[in-house]
Design a protein around this ligand. Structure first.
Ligand code: CA
Length: 228
């Protein structure tokens, strides 16, 4: 599960953000002012923080600065108001990862959120061991091998690439086009149906019950999501 903290004092904005993020299956926590926000940030457990700049008690800038000087590396997206161009620069200098200007569209916000999460999660993956457990499989992405209970499981290179891509984006929705673009590349004449066929084959190797997947989920109308 991906946990997002929203630090925002305007109730309508807070609710709108919360609803839209929850619709994307993120877990959302809220803070109404800078002080409460900073306390929550310091308590840890968040994958991303949406931080309004104009906040009661402690500004978003102060929160950002305090969090960074406390050694907290959680990605922060600042929510700035129109016309606060200088503030954006200050915010990024204080350690924010990105900013978005109000009013923004839901689509724009979700794109930023997804991009930041993708970036931070791939950094985590690079630092971590390349040995991971995905359902029934024990996978070594460094040598592209998979085992189940110590015995080799035959996975094609493409299957492993798909598995790797889903793993890098675990708990995020990955569209069929994301997979086409990142696993096959633009040139190859592959259709989204091919992607679906590969997913069916992967489920047979990963899932305890391939007919009721719990790891490689179908997100209706969007694509797939690896839940780990
Ligand atoms: Ca505000």
């Amino acid at each position: 599960m991906i946990n997002i903290l929203i630090v925002e004092d305007e109730p309508a904005m807070q609710l709108g953000l919360k609803d839209n993020l929850e619709m994307e299956s993120y877990t959302v926590d809220l803070a109404n002012d800078g002080e409460a926000g900073l306390l929550k940030i310091k308590s840890g457990g968040y994958d991303l923080i949406l931080l309004d700049v104009m906040l009661p008690k402690l500004s978003g800038f102060d929160v950002c600065k305090a969090a960074r000087s406390a050694g907290i590396r959680t990605p922060i997206i600042l929510l700035t108001a129109r016309g606060e161009e200088i503030d954006k620069v200050v915010g990024l200098e204080l350690g924010a990862d990105d900013y978005i200007t109000k009013p923004f569209s839901v689509r724009e916000l979700l794109a930023r959120v997804k991009a930041i999460l993708r970036r931070s999660q791939s950094i985590v993956l690079e630092k971590e061991d390349t040995l991971v457990d995905i359902g029934r499989l024990h996978v070594d992405f460094a040598i592209f091998q998979a085992k189940e209970n110590g015995a080799d499981v035959k996975l094609s290179h493409k299957e492993l690439e798909i598995l790797s891509y889903l793993y890098k984006n675990k708990n995020l929705v990955v569209s069929r086009y994301d997979l086409l673009e990142n696993v096959w590349g633009y040139e190859e004449q592959i259709t989204t149906r091919t992607v679906d066929n590969f997913i069916v084959r992967l489920r047979q190797k990963v899932e305890t019950n391939p007919n009721q997947p719990r790891i490689i989920l179908t997100v209706h109308g969007s694509g797939y999501k690896m839940v780990l």
